[in-house]
Design a protein around this ligand. Structure first.
Ligand code: GDP
Length: 205
């Protein structure tokens, strides 16, 4: 039984000013649309439909908050990178995301999900720079790892680890697959450390 099974939908917010009290510990999940964020959240929480995928590109998206207990929350940020979204809206969103990372006290870590085959696109990099500037630790999660054979997977991981060093911050990299569970233990360990849970042995996960 993991803490993450306890996740329950809490609120949806149109923007960061409606997120509720800035207390406890919050960990945010972000990524380009289609990066596999909803699948990863569902895998992590062992719930099939906790995070729902939006199949309507460009529609107004909400921030969804899931609570694990009274003090701990998962924050599912809207996917970015839709080509169809007007520049004006993109800029507004980027500004509020930057503010969220800079100003929100309760945020203790950011998970940036990126397809292992196309990591560190411009917006991913921008987000990571903001997080580093805000002194936030980042986990770059290379998703859909099952799509690559083990050799290629390892070389992508190595390449991404090198790329991560360029941010000069606390940016770690792991591979992940919602399909076969690769990397789930590593993801949990990182979240456990950010949430202040006692770190479990691999055999207990
Ligand atoms: P989101 O837009 O970031 O929330 O992405 P989704 O979780 O909706 O995933 C986008 C697409 O990628 C869906 O068709 C998923 O079935 C697929 N997908 C997500 N995670 C994985 C994975 O680990 N392996 C594979 N093979 N496909 C995945």
């Amino acid at each position: 039984m993991s803490h993450y099974n306890q996740a329950r939908f809490s609120i949806s917010a149109p923007d960061i000013t409606h997120l509720g009290p800035d207390e406890g510990i919050e960990i945010a999940f972000a990524g380009r649309s289609n990066a596999g964020k909803s699948s990863a959240l569902n895998k992590l929480t062992r719930q099939k439909n906790l995070a729902r995928t939006s199949k309507t590109p460009g529609r107004t998206q909400l921030i969804n908050v899931f609570s694990l207990d009274e003090d701990r929350r998962l924050v599912d940020l809207p996917g970015y990178g839709y080509a169809q979204v007007p520049l004006e809206i993109k800029k507004k969103w980027q500004k509020s995301l930057g503010e969220y990372l800079q100003k929100r006290n309760s945020i203790k870590g950011l998970v940036v999900l990126m397809d292992i085959r196309h990591p560190f696109k411009d917006l991913d990099q921008e987000l990571i720079y903001w997080a580093v500037a805000a002194d936030l630790p980042v986990l770059a999660l290379l998703t859909k790892a099952d799509k690559l054979k083990s050799g290629k997977r390892k070389s992508q991981l190595l390449m991404a680890k090198e790329a991560a060093m360029a941010f000069c911050g606390d940016v770690s990299v792991e591979v992940f697959s919602s399909t076969n569970g690769i990397g789930l233990d590593k993801l949990q360990q990182k979240l456990d450390s950010w949430y202040g849970y006692e770190i479990k042995k691999k055999s207990e996960i």
